[in-house]
Write a protein that binds this ligand. Structure first.
Ligand code: GLU
Length: 289
């Protein structure tokens, strides 16, 4: 079976040099080993994703000389796959609803911080401080009946106890130079959100489900997702899905050394193309020529 690679952008802005690097690296690695290259559109957030950005992804990648298999998997069309995975985790008693608003969560974190330093996840966000896990079944039902918004969270303590110690094989490296066999630390993220009342999935859940459904063997992506891999390994294990190989790559930074964002238009592929850059210029800029 040939290796399967994928590039999985979210259509919430125009692609920049960082995306170009990731897409070209995946494409080159697939080509170099007779592997397959897939494009996946991660469009589960209807408030941020727009059709014109999705169209621009196709145009920009084709312009770069990248070819991908059809049909393209668009996550918004597969919500039932994520719902099924969520039900499987729920049946294992690993999911609970939490009803606090963002403001309430911020207030709880401030209260906890006043007593002792409150832990933050690897992205710098405070861990969920709430106590919704302890709500009785009756209290949950009553809140849902009142139509309160909620987030479905993974009971991290129960999930890690069930899965036991986990590792992954890192062929690239993490932000601290981590490579080889890496001990997954999903608990660093606390009770992560798996779904919300209005969106039956989350990034973590859908990425894991899709990589397995699409037979992805090699996940090549930015170092900003290195620590999230711990959560992905946990979900893969709980859902009985295979472990892909991982290769996290360096991030392309702007002249000031900052990580690129979709709003940094100076390094947007469209802007560079508009200024007359060629696909080889882009490869040269990201160090792939
Ligand atoms: N959709 C994610 C992003 O645009 C990437 C997902 C992944 O490569 O795992 O950041």
């Amino acid at each position: 079976m040939p290796p399967v690679f994928r590039f999985a952008p979210s259509p919430n802005g125009y692609l920049h040099l960082g995306h170009a690097y990731s897409a070209l690296l995946n494409f080159d690695l697939a080509q170099g080993c007779g592997g397959r290259f897939l494009l996946r559109i991660e469009d589960i957030d209807p408030t941020r994703c727009r059709p014109e950005f999705e169209q621009a992804i196709y145009e920009d990648l084709a312009w770069l000389g990248i070819a991908w298999e059809q049909p393209v998997r668009r996550q918004s069309q597969h919500l039932s796959d994520y719902r099924a995975a969520l039900e499987r985790l729920t049946a294992q008693g690993l999911v609970y609803p939490s009803f606090e608003s963002r403001a309430e969560i911020a207030r709880l974190v401030r209260e906890r911080q006043a007593e002792a330093p409150w832990p933050h996840d690897p992205d710098g966000a405070p861990l969920y401080p709430g106590t919704a896990k302890q709500l009785s079944a009756a209290a949950r039902t009553e809140r849902m009946r009142r139509g309160l918004p909620y987030a479905l969270r993974l009971d991290m303590a129960a999930a890690t106890a069930q899965a036991g110690p986990l590792t992954w094989t890192e062929q690239g490296e993490g932000p601290e130079g981590e490579t080889g066999v890496i001990a997954a630390q999903p608990d660093a993220w606390g009770d992560v959100i798996l779904a919300r009342k209005e969106t039956p999935t989350s990034y973590h859940l859908s990425v894991v489900v899709d990589d397995a459904l699409q037979g992805v063997t090699d996940i090549v992506r930015g170092q900003d997702l290195f620590y999230a891999t711990g959560v992905h390994r946990l979900l893969q294990t709980l859902l009985g899905l295979p472990a892909p190989r991982y290769r996290h790559h360096r991030l392309i930074r702007d002249a000031g050394g900052m990580k690129l964002s979709k709003s940094s238009q100076s390094v947007g592929l469209r802007a560079l193309r508009g200024e007359g850059a060629s696909p080889s210029d882009i490869r040269r800029k990201v160090g792939l020529l």
